[in-house]
Design a protein around this ligand. Sequence first.
Ligand SMILES: Cc1ncc(COP(=O)(O)O)c(C=O)c1O
Length: 369
Amino acid sequence: MTADILRLATPGVQGLSPYQPGKPIEELEREYGVADAIKLASNENPLGPSPRALDAARAVLHDIHRYPDGNGFGLKKALSQKLGVTPECITLGNGSNDILELLARAFVQPDNEVVFSEHAFAVYPIVTGAVGAKPVVTKTRHWGHDLAAMQAAVNPRTRLVFIANPNNPTGTWTRKEELDSFLRAMPAHVLVAVDEAYFEYVGEPDYPNTVAWAGRFPNLITTRTFSKIYGLAGLRVGYGVSSPEMAEILNRVRQPFNVNSVALAAASAALEDDAHITRVAQLNRDGMQRLTAAFRMLGLDYIPSAGNFVCVDVKQPATIVYEQLLREGVIVRPVANYGMPNHLRVTVGLPEENERFINALEKVLRTKD
Ligand SMILES: Cc1ncc(COP(=O)(O)O)c(C=O)c1O
């Protein structure tokens, strides 16, 4: 029965595996009988959203029997002011994942190729497979995207290139000059999606703000999200910034009400609270320093990261360490499914969560010696 149903799926979908989310805290507590578990597994903001976003969300609850504004007028206006682009350049999504999927649905055909990097975000192969196109996976250089290899992989069948900047799970980032020359070299039949889900966390001086480039490259789209630094992952809202022509095409295929009214209100309010974002970014920088100092002390290599997470090499199959950390009530993310069997990805948490993780890791590794 199951096998027959599988045969009915499109060939692209037959080869896919579902996206693996981080383990929910409740599941761990239930399965392992531990209390007070912490989750550093899904790159969430440990401080949560701005109180202004929560107030705005509560304020619209009385109206949720109405459909949301299908054009997201208020949020597009707030974003356009913040980003210095016209509202016509913005496409709203049910998370930025939605935009990644819309791109594939609107532009990519089964005889097309989609280029992305090894160890890149897991959604790229999923949206590629879902439309039956061929994924072309390029090798990384020092864990980061090798743009020269990606450029070399482009051919007349290529329709879309995904660049995660910074990338999840590696945390590596692409520099301004390199990305600029890559975009200049792209032929007109190739769309480039620069995925900036962690944009607001990045403090590197040579990190590009590609939203400012939308006018220069008609085939460029930048995607960003309210799930990460804005702390609204549960509400699902993200956006793309592109030429108005590309946005218009994406709007043809999106669901009419893909962003709900609570998310629209909360996201607009979140944009107004710069002080909250500065606080979250600072907490992240401090936490990243603490985690990486601990890795050095433990003699573990890690991949320098520009995001709110870091991959550490535990020098053995990481699922074993992951399981032992679960018993200590600490959820992190093994990344073997990203071709990184000895790494664990850890999201920067609150100071006390970081300490709890470090102590647990030290204990687990000591017990192994
Ligand atoms: C690189 C990258 N892009 C996009 C996303 C999608 O996030 P969302 O759909 O919540 O905006 C994530 C989330 O983990 C991510 O890590």
